[in-house]
Design a protein around this ligand. Sequence first.
Ligand code: CA2
Length: 152
Amino acid sequence: MTDEMRALGPILLLSGPNLNLLGQREPEVYGHTTLADHVEVARVAAADHGLDLEHLQTNFEGELVEAIQGARGRAAAIIINPGAFTHYAWSIHDALATFDGPVIELHISNPNAREPWRHTSVVAPVATGTISGLGGLGYRLAVEAVAGLLAA
Ligand code: CA2
């Protein structure tokens, strides 16, 4: 870990609406793993890089906007699975556009292989990169991506 990374703030992991139901419904799409399990994987991966990780799950768009605003100048990076907000919540797009660090858009499923309305992401244009369709593996990969970007 470099001195620069030690001085960094936490990774903020944000989970949007209905992701609190992971592991309880639609396992054929989202698997059997709970959100708490995914967060733990991300937390361990972050710790491996000397980074703290904070997590917020909310079903409310405004709460995500406030969390993103609160991350400005404080968090080193944002990993966000915006849930269905991905496809239409321009307030989240606008909030993320004000954040200076890396932003990783994360999806468990591959929205582009699903219904047409999921093919549009209003978050993608303001994300540094997107990880989708890799199930729970995406949580670890998102943290690895952040660590690599912060170290570059
Ligand atoms: O694949 C993803 O991670 C999504 O962001 C999940 C969202 C969906 O709207 C996006 O298109 C893709 C839905 C999250 C809802 O999660 C549930 C979990 C269990 C049962 C029902 C919904």
